[in-house]
Design a protein around this ligand. Structure first.
Ligand SMILES: [Zn+2]
Length: 109
């Protein structure tokens, strides 16, 4: 496995940071950052930081591809989590309701 992937952020190469500057004098570029693959973002720990150098790059990608992303798991019905009748618990926090979940929610994925 490669030890890095290129950040998938759509504008990663547009950020004006020193660590993106590459190339020889007279032909410099801003280059997409590498995302190191290590024990914190591979295997069972695979996550957004396996493919993106930052939250900003992740958001840029998600916003550019939002219709395709939500099409992966369309939500046409709300999810529900069964709960006991809520009890107002003024002793803990003003206005806070003590809500106890019971059973499993309706999410089937
Ligand atoms: Zn990036």
């Amino acid at each position: 496995m490669s030890s890095h992937v290129w950040c998938h952020g759509t504008n990663c190469h547009k950020s004006h940071t020193q660590d993106r500057v590459r190339g020889s004098k007279g032909s410099k570029v801003l280059r997409t950052k590498k995302v190191k693959q290590d024990e914190w973002n591979t295997g069972d720990r695979r996550n957004m930081f396996s493919y993106f150098c930052s939250n900003g790059c992740y958001n840029d990608f998600a916003n550019a591809n939002i219709e395709r992303i939500v099409a992966l798991a369309p939500r046409n019905e709300p999810l529900e989590t069964p709960i006991d009748d809520p009890i107002k618990d003024d002793k803990r926090y003003y206005g806070r309701w003590n809500i106890t979940e019971r059973g499993v929610d309706t999410q089937s994925e």
